[in-house]
Design a protein. Sequence first.
Length: 108
Amino acid sequence: MTEHTDMTALKTALTRIEKKLDTLDSIKGAYMAECKSVREAIQEEYRIAKDKGVMTRALKELIKVRQLQQSIDARISLLDDEVQEEYQAYADAVAGWEGTPLGDLKAA
């Protein structure tokens, strides 16, 4: 510590930052508790589906693929019109190239 350190300012900053960190921890705890209840509800839905004969591994994969497609669609929608048109032209151009690295990239 240098002789120029304002001890009052140091103590004030320390107290304020620690208080904010405590608040942050409280918010995180509440968030985690809310997430836990949602995760439990999702697991219950999977259990119900399984009890009705749905293969949950396939269902989980379907959900993941749909989420990924929504993410892709959202990214594309953020492109300006000119870039979207060019993107679509590229995507159309590589359609049917399955089995090639570029075609496999398009299919992914």
